[in-house]
Structure formats: structure tokens, C-alpha cells
Design a protein around this ligand. Structure first.
Ligand code: PRX
Length: 638
């Protein structure tokens, strides 16, 4: 359901920001319209040309294969490995000595890795994984803080043809256990913890509890980050640094030759039902798509320092911290901790210290930092910035303007990129040359056609809200849901089966200039601080508490988080709600899912509004909470 506040997006706002002459002159793409036209009229040719920028062990036979639609394939017959493109090929040029990663820990410790050094670390760890019996096709679960070893672990898996399934470090026991089970992982890679707001998190403790519920895990490798005392089980647990000091950790390791369509990773994302979906991405198409979108949209130059301030545990980090930028040979900045630790100038200090040229972050982070005022960024020299980016949820025009004026000093265009875990990379986005309207994600990326339609697939008139669909396949698209291809078809393709369109699950409008304005999710997926959660996941966590029989979760607008979670619960007979129980339920959700899912308020109820078929009408709860009209109640049970 769309949030009311977003409905006020100034669709007809005439405020337009034009790029400077300098930005246009230096841009890779100087004329978006003609390149776009070319890419639509010659879609396969366009994607073959982009794929030619990568190194293939063997070229593809076919660029695009729709014979098993909607299970599309790209670059079939091609042989490639994404790590060969992200690391190995750079070793043959001057980039061997270029900095690949500059990492700063929250306490202020710094590590840098050149492409040469990154190759050695990845190869050493790849050899360790091999010695642990990891082979091509295995799925390794990775549960880590934002430290270089996270990227090293992902790359080491891909190098030897194993797939990774990274579980965001903010998820808790049940969420981790569920994902390990679904992926049938034998190996878990974790750390003793990480630093966040001056405190050490207890990742290993959570991993240990999750392993109790995950009989498939045979080996757990733990990176020592915080030095906190942790429980290590003999025969199962190994320290990363101890393994890395063994002779087996040889810095030479061959990169496995993969089919373009071989599994690269699974990434779990929330959907309408409680069970998270393991979205499947593959070596070939994903490599082409992430590197092309990264290079063109953020106008990547060899001398750039690129900072995507997301967590690698989410798709943004997979595509635009690790794979896209490394394939483009970029220098990447990674930061472990909170943006306001120890003070709200931490990020601005980072930009000045490392001379960062491009910052890519989320509206929730911008709103969070905006609240501390302009004095913090103004204390720092931010003149190295050339471009800014936003992702994860609609950016409200006020935050857009602040970001543009205070951080970008009015000279840095903002790339508000719309995409999803499922899309692998940018789908609707400005380019540096695009005239910008604050709050609009502007126009589709090359090769991509989108529309805003009604349930029958009729296009909505300009400015009117409808469902956002994607009209044709693209190389970075998820291939399926791991172990559940029926669900993949049902969730994304069945609604517009006749037309063969992909359903995004978002509602949007397209204005008279063809600019897209995303409003929000239409299904039971919610976005809190830019993180994606399912109402069903939160509800089942609540119901797993012994005193709760039923629960409903909704979101209401929140100044910084964008949306905040509010829950309604029905208690077991004889139990009465009280403030202690509210706290206990919040704690329970934190344990089951993680801190991001903790509800803002817990309301005890006797009944929940339901349809006659028993479905909770969350929209009624939401309308009531906002004091709005409850709309059509004809399906309400009573
Ligand atoms: O609702 C859209 C919102 O995030 C959803 C996808 O979430 P996830 O798979 O977690 O991926 C987030 C990072 C790519 C979308 O369905 N969304 C993402 N980017 C934007 C956005 N909403 C508005 N504007 C954006 N730029």
C-alpha cells in the first residue's frame, strides 16, 4: 500500500536541475536519448557489445534465449568466471598495483588492498575452501560484518565455482538458520563480531545458536575481528587467521571455468509469504549488467574513488560494492560502522580523508544525517565529490535538495537508481547528463522498457498511479527462486502472462515528460530504513511467542526511517497486555529476525479486521491508524 506522504510527490513540480557543461563533456554517455533508442531497437546487439568489454574463456553462442520463458537465459554457450573479470584480468595491466579496496573500521583502523593483494587473499582463501571439500556448485553461507574478509569470502567462493549465500549481519538466529537450511550449506563463514556504535556485535554467538538449528553445517570458519571471547566447537570451528597461515593457503589458485548461466550466488529477499526467497544470479549476465550499469550511470573513470555506503549483505553491496566496481577496476571504499559514530561527521570526514569522488547511499541515511544539521558536513572539504547516488526507497524531495545543496554543493547530480534484488542492477535511473527532478528516478536504463499499467495491462494516463512493470528481459535478472521455480513464475510473471511482462510489485506514475515517480510497494513487502522485510515474517516471529495467537504488521510514515513497523497482536486467552509484555515482544522479534524488524509500537487487540476468507486487512489497520477513510469494506468479515 502506498504511503500517503509519498502520494504528495510533486509530479507536476517544475523544479528541474540541469547538469553542468563540465559534467556533460566528461560523461561516457553524452546523448542518452539516441543511445537508448539504439539499445531498444538493437537489444541483443547492444548487450553483445557490452559483453564484449569482458573477458570470456569462450564466447557465447546466443546472446539471449527465451525458449524456456520466463526462465530466460543470457550468453548461452559462453564460458566465463566473474572473478576472472573482477580480479584476474586486472593483474595483466597497470591496475595490478591499483588500490582495489580501502577499508576503514569503525574504531579507525585502516586496511588497503591492491588488486594484486586482493588476488592473493582471495586465492589463499579459495585454496582453504577447496581443502575443506568445497566444490563447484556447493552453496556457502556467509554471515559477516562489513570487513574486507566478507568480499574476500564471496570472491573466493565464486573463483572456485561455489555459490555464496550472504546473510546480512543484522539478521538474527532464526533468519540465519532458515537461510542455511534452504541453501543446504555445509560451510558457514562468519566472524566473532564487528563494531557498531562503539560496541562489538555478537555474530559468532548468533551463528552458534543458528547452527544448533542447522544440522547441515559441518564446518564454520570464523574471522577474528573484535577479539571477544567466543565459543568454538572442536572439529567444527576453525579460525580464519589460523587456516590462512597454513601451507595449504597458497596464493595461487586457478579460476574455475564456468558456464555463463552457472549459479554465482543466492540472495534471500522478502516476499509476500513468510518464507524468504533465494533469488538466483549467474556468472555471465550479472557480470555484464552490473559492470555496464555501474560504468554508465556513475560515469566511472579509472582515477575515481567510489563509495557505495551500503552493506555487502544486501544486493546493493553485491552489485555495487563488490562485483560491478571490481569488474570496472575501480578503487572501492568500505566502512564498517555507523555513519554517526563517534560524531555525525564520520562520513564527511571519510570523504575528505580519502578524496572520494562518488557517494552512493540511501534516503534513510541522508535523512538520518540531515537531522544533525549542516554544520557537520560544512566542517569538511567535500570538493572531491562529483556525483551522488540514492537507492532503496523513494527519496523525498526535501532530503534530495539537502543532499544536492549541502553535500553536493549544488554541482553534483544525484543518480536516484530504482532497482531490486531480483533485477541485479539499475533499471530506472538518471545518467549524469539527465535533467533531474527531485524525487523522480527519471528514465529507464538502456535496453529496458517500463510501463505503469492497470490490472489488465492498460497503460495509465500520464501522472496517474498504476503498477510498474518491465516489458522485456535483461541480462542481470534473477533466473529463478532457488528450489521453487513455480513460485518465481507465480510471483513475477503470472499477472501479465499474456504480455510476458515482469511485475515489480511497486506502484508508480509516469509524468508527461516520461519521468518515472516510484510510490512504493503494493504487496505485503515493506521497506524500513531502506531494508526489505515481509509483513508475514514479522507476524510469524510474533506468533512464535508463546503468549501470542495472532499478529498483524503494518508500516506508518516515519521521519527518518521512511516507514516504521507497527504491530497489532491478539494474546492467548487469559493473558493481558502490559508494558513488560510489549518489551518482551520487541525483544523476541529482535532475536528471531534482527534489530531492523523491531516494531515501533505494539498494540494489543481483541480482534483483527479480516476478509471473509480470513486474510488480515492491513490496509484497514493502516487507514485507522492514520485517521483516514477505510475504503471499500465489502469484503470485511463483519
Ligand atoms: O520498492 C522499491 C524500492 O526497493 C524495492 C527493492 O528492494 P530490494 O530488493 O531490497 O532492493 C533494494 C536495493 C536495490 C523496490 O521494489 N526501491 C529501490 N530503489 C528505489 C526504490 N524505491 C524508490 N526509489 C528508488 N530509487
Amino acid at each position: 500500500m502506498a504511503d500517503d506522504k509519498n502520494k504528495k510527490s510533486p509530479v507536476m513540480d517544475s523544479e528541474i536541475f540541469y547538469p553542468s557543461k563540465e559534467i556533460i563533456e566528461n560523461a561516457h554517455i553524452k546523448d542518452y536519448e539516441s543511445m537508448y533508442k539504439y539499445s531498444i531497437e538493437n537489444r541483443e546487439k547492444f548487450w553483445a557489445e557490452q559483453a564484449d568489454n569482458l573477458e570470456w574463456f569462450k564466447k557465447w553462442d546466443k546472446v539471449f534465449d527465451a525458449s524456456e520463458a520466463p526462465f530466460y537465459k543470457w550468453y548461452t554457450g559462453g564460458k566465463i568466471n566473474i572473478v576472472h573479470n573482477a580480479i584476474d584480468r586486472h593483474l595483466k595491466s597497470w591496475r595490478r598495483n591499483k588500490i582495489a579496496i580501502i577499508w576503514e573500521g569503525e574504531p579507525g583502523d585502516v586496511r588497503t588492498l591492491s588488486y594484486h593483494a586482493l588476488d592473493r587473499e582471495v586465492s589463499r582463501f579459495a585454496n582453504i575452501l577447496k581443502s575443506m571439500g568445497v566444490v563447484k556448485g556447493n552453496i556457502v553461507t556467509v554471515y559477516m560484518p562489513q570487513i574486507p574478509e566478507l568480499a574476500i569470502a564471496m570472491l573466493a567462493c565464486a573463483k572456485i565455482g561455489a555459490a555464496h549465500s550472504v546473510v546480512y549481519g543484522g539478521f538474527s538466529i532464526e533468519a540465519l538458520a532458515e537461510r542455511i537450511k534452504d541453501a543446504n550449506s555445509r560451510i558457514l563463514i562468519t566472524a566473532d563480531g564487528g563494531f557498531r556504535r562503539g560496541k562489538a556485535t555478537d555474530l559468532k554467538g548468533i551463528a552458534n545458536d543458528a547452527m544448533k538449528r542447522s544440522p547441515t553445517i559441518e564446518v564454520c570458519i570464523t574471522v577474528k575481528r573484535t577479539g571477544k571471547e567466543v565459543y568454538m566447537e572442536s572439529g567444527r570451528d576453525f579460525w580464519f587467521h589460523e587456516l590462512m597461515s597454513l601451507p595449504i593457503a597458497n596464493p595461487k589458485c586457478d579460476t574455475e571455468v564456468m558456464d555463463a548461466e552457472d549459479l554465482l550466488f543466492l540472495l534471500y529477499s522478502s516476499g509476500t509469504t513468510g518464507q524468504p526467497k533465494g533469488l538466483v544470479h549467474t556468472h555471465g549476465g550479472y557480470a555484464v549488467f552490473t559492470s555496464t550499469t555501474h560504468k554508465f550511470v556513475f560515469d566511472i573513470k579509472d582515477e575515481d574513488r567510489w563509495w557505495c555506503a551500503a552493506d555487502p549483505g544486501w544486493i546493493t553491496g553485491h552489485s555495487y560494492i563488490v562485483y560491478g566496481p571490481l569488474i570496472n577496476g575501480s578503487t572501492i571504499i568500505m566502512y564498517e560502522g555507523a555513519p554517526n559514530h563517534p560524531y555525525p561527521n564520520r562520513w564527511w570526514q571519510m570523504i575528505e580523508k580519502y578524496g572520494i569522488n562518488i557517494l552512493y547511499t540511501s534516503p534513510t541515511a541522508i535523512r538520518g544525517l540531515m537531522r544533525f544539521g549542516e554544520a557537520w558536513p560544512n566542517r569538511h572539504d567535500l570538493s572531491s565529490l562529483r556525483l551522488l547516488g540514492s537507492v532503496g526507497e523513494p527519496i523525498n524531495p526535501e532530503a534530495w535538495r539537502w543532499y544536492h545543496r549541502v553535500i553536493g554543493k549544488g554541482k553534483c547530480p544525484i543518480m536516484d537508481t530504482w532497482w531490486q534484488t531480483e533485477t541485479g542492477g539499475f533499471m530506472i535511473t538518471p545518467f549524469p547528463v539527465t535533467p533531474l527532478k527531485p524525487g523522480s528516478v527519471t528514465k529507464p536504463f538502456f535496453g529496458n522498457e517500463v510501463a505503469v499499467v492497470d490490472d489488465d495491462g492498460n497503460e495509465m494516463p500520464a501522472g496517474e498511479e498504476g503498477k510498474l512493470v518491465i516489458k522485456s528481459p535483461w541480462p542481470g535478472m534473477a533466473r529463478t527462486i532457488y528450489g521453487d521455480s513455480e513460485r518465481f513464475r507465480e510471483v513475477y510473471w503470472d499477472d501479465y502472462k499474456k504480455q510476458g511482462w515482469y511485475k515489480t510489485g511497486d506502484s508508480a506514475r509516469i509524468d508527461e515528460d516520461g519521468y518515472v515517480w516510484v510510490i512504493g510497494r503494493i504487496d505485503d513487502v515493506i521497506k524500513v530504513s531502506g531494508y526489505r522485510l515481509g509483513t508475514a515474517e514479522i507476524e510469524s516471529a510474533l506468533v512464535s511467542h508463546e503468549q501470542v495467537t495472532e499478529a498483524a504488521a503494518i508500516t506508518l510514515p516515519h521521519e527518518i526511517k521512511g516507514n516504521a513497523i507497527h504491530v497489532y497482536v491478539i494474546l492467548r486467552d487469559g493473558v493481558t497486555g502490559n508494558p513488560d509484555l510489549v518489551e518482551a515482544l520487541k525483544k523476541h522479534v529482535r532475536n528471531e529476525i534482527g534489530p531492523i524488524a523491531v516494531p515501533e509500537t505494539v498494540t494489543f487487540a481483541d480482534k483483527l479486521p479480516k476478509t471473509r476468507s480470513g486474510k488480515i486487512m492491513r490496509r484497514v489497520l493502516k487507514a485507522r491508524a492514520l485517521g483516514q477513510d477505510e475504503g471499500d469494506l465489502s469484503t470485511l468479515e463483519e
